[in-house]
Ligand binder design. Structure first.
Ligand code: UDP
Length: 431
C-alpha cells in the first residue's frame, strides 16, 4: 500500500505561532509531503500564500469574529474558539478526505487548537501536537506547579507564566485542555536539547508520548516568510554603522508600551550614545496611533542616532555585523532568533512564558540580563552601555556565539534536531 502523503496543519492565527508551524510545513513539503493549511477568517496565512508554493489553504466557517478577541481577552477567546470550531473542523476534514481520496497521513495542530483532537478521533486519523514555546514553559503549566521548585531551578514562583493572564480558574481550564494530549501520538516542540535538556527530559516523562525537539525551525528550513511587509531600508542604515555598535529594540508582534515609557526609552537610548534600530508598530504605543502622535521632543531625540521602522526583517537584522545587542520582550521566537545569530539580549518581558525565557537568558545561558521595574532613562542608558560597551556584555556575547554554533550543529546532518526531524518524517511516512 502506498503511504499517505498529505499533512494537515492547523496553526493559531498569530505570527509567533504561525511562523514556526509554516517552517515545519516547508520542511515536510521538501520531504515529499503535500501540505494543507486549515485556517479561520482572520490573520490568514493564505494572504501570503506566494511564500508557500504548492501548499493548499482551506478556510473553515467562521466560528468567532476577530472582534471577540478584544472583548473576551485571550484566554476566554481561546476557550470559546475551541468550543465553537469543533463541528466546522470535522466537516472540513470529512470534505478533505472525500476530495483527496483518504490521503491524510496526519493532522498537526497547535496545542491551543485542541478542538482538532475530536476530528482526529472520529476519522481515526493520526495527530501530532505542535508547541511553539519552550519545553520549560510546557512543564511549568499550573497542573504541574507543585513540582516546579524542585525541578525548575532557578525559576521562582513569581516567574511562572500564569500570573496576569486572567481569572485563575479560567487559565487553569485552558491549561487543562491544552495539557490533555487526547489521542495524539506525539508532540513536536520548537526547541533544541542543548538549550533546555532537563526540561525536555521532564516533559518527555510527563506527556508519555514521544516528544520531538526539532528546533530552531527558522534554522532548519528556508528562511521564514513574514505575513506582514517588512521595512528593508533599515538594512541600508545598518550598513553605515560600526560593527557591534547598534542596539536593536523590538517588543514582538503584540507587546505595547505607554507613551511615557517610550519617551523615557528614547531619552535613555539617546544618552547611551549608541546607535539604535527600533521597531514601533502602529499599535505598539498604548492609546495613540504610532509615532506621529508623539511630542516633537521624540523626533529630535531619535533623529540623531536612531532609526525607526514599523516592522523589521528581524533575522536579517540580528545577523547584521553592526548589531551588538537586542532589547527584547523575550518571545520564544525572538529568543531563538537572537541566539541563532549569537546576539546577547536586554530582557524586558511583559508576561507569561516571556518571563521564563528572560530568566533562562539571564541565569542559565548567561547571555543577557533583565531590566526590571519602571522604564527610566537612567536605567535604559546603563543597560545599553552594560551590554554593548562593557566587558560584562562582551562575555555575554561570547557565550551567545558559543550557543549559536551549538544550534547550527544541532540542525545539521547528525545533530539532535536534524535527527528528531528525520524520525518524525519516518513516522509520518508509515502512516
Ligand atoms: N518580527 C519580525 N519583525 C519585527 C517584529 C517581529 O520579523 O519587526 C518577528 C520575529 O522575528 C519573530 C516574531 O515576529 O519571529 C515574534 O515572535 P515572538 O515569539 O518573539 O513574539 P510574539 O510576537 O509572539 O510575542
Amino acid at each position: 500500500m502506498e503511504a499517505k502523503r498529505r499533512i494537515v496543519l492547523v496553526p493559531v492565527p498569530a505570527q509567533g505561532h504561525v511562523t514556526p508551524m509554516m517552517q515545519l510545513g516547508k520542511a515536510l513539503y521538501s520531504e515529499g509531503f503535500s501540505i494543507t493549511v486549515v485556517e479561520g477568517h482572520f490573520n490568514q496565512v493564505s494572504s501570503s500564500s506566494q511564500h508557500f508554493p504548492g501548499f493548499q489553504f482551506v478556510t473553515i466557517k467562521e466560528s468567532l469574529p476577530e472582534s471577540e478577541f478584544e472583548r473576551l481577552g485571550g484566554i476566554e477567546f481561546m476557550i470559546k474558539l475551541n468550543k465553537t470550531s469543533e463541528a466546522s473542523f470535522k466537516d472540513c476534514i470529512s470534505q478533505l478526505l472525500q476530495q483527496q481520496g483518504n490521503d491524510i497521513a496526519c493532522i498537526i495542530y497547535d496545542e491551543f487548537m485542541y478542538f482538532c483532537g475530536a476530528a482526529a478521533k472520529e476519522f481515526k486519523l493520526p495527530s501530532v501536537i505542535f508547541n511553539s514555546t519552550s519545553a520549560t514553559n510546557q512543564v511549568s503549566h499550573p497542573e504541574m506547579q507543585d513540582k516546579v521548585v524542585e525541578n525548575l531551578y532557578p525559576l521562582r514562583y513569581k516567574d511562572l507564566p500564569i500570573s496576569e493572564m486572567g481569572p485563575l480558574d479560567r487559565v487553569f481550564e485552558l491549561c487543562r485542555e491544552v495539557g490533555n494530549k487526547r489521542t495524539a501520538s506525539g508532540v513536536i516542540i520548537n526547541t533544541v536539547s542543548c538549550l533546555e535538556s532537563s526540561s525536555l527530559s521532564w516533559l518527555q516523562q510527563e506527556v508519555r508520548i514521544p516528544v520531538s525537539p526539532l528546533g530552531p525551525l527558522h534554522m532548519t528550513a528556508s528562511p521564514p516568510s513574514s505575513l506582514l511587509e517588512e521595512d528593508r531600508s533599515c538594512i541600508e542604515w545598518l550598513n553605515k554603522q560600526k560593527p557591534r555598535s547598534v542596539i536593536y529594540i523590538s517588543v514582538g508582534t503584540l507587546g505595547q508600551m505607554e507613551t511615557k515609557e517610550v519617551l523615557e526609552m528614547a531619552w535613555g537610548l539617546c544618552n547611551s550614545n549608541q546607535p539604535f534600530l527600533w521597531v514601533i508598530r502602529a499599535g505598539s504605543i498604548l492609546g495613540i496611533n504610532g509615532i506621529d502622535s508623539l511630542p516633537d521632543e521624540f523626533n529630535k531625540m531619535v533623529s540623531e542616532r536612531g532609526y525607526i521602522v514599523k516592522r523589521a526583517p528581524q533575522i536579517e537584522v540580528l545577523g547584521h555585523p553592526a548589531v551588538g545587542g537586542f532589547w527584547s520582550h523575550c518571545g520564544w521566537n525572538s529568543t531563538l532568533e537572537s541566539i541563532g545569530e549569537g546576539v546577547p539580549m536586554i530582557c524586558r518581558p511583559f508576561h507569561g512564558e516571556q518571563k521564563l525565557n528572560a530568566m533562562y537568558i539571564e541565569r542559565v545561558w548567561r547571555i543577557g540580563f533583565q531590566v526590571e521595574g519602571k522604564v527610566d532613562r537612567g536605567e535604559v542608558e546603563k543597560a545599553v552601555k552594560r551590554l554593548i560597551v562593557d566587558d560584562e556584555g562582551a562575555g555575554m556575547r561570547e557565550r551567545a556565539l558559543v550557543l549559536k554554533e551549538k544550534l547550527k550543529a544541532s540542525v545539521k546532518n547528525g545533530g539532535a534536531s536534524y535527527d528528531a526531524l528525520n524520525e518524525l518524517v519516518k513516522y509520518l511516512k508509515t502512516k
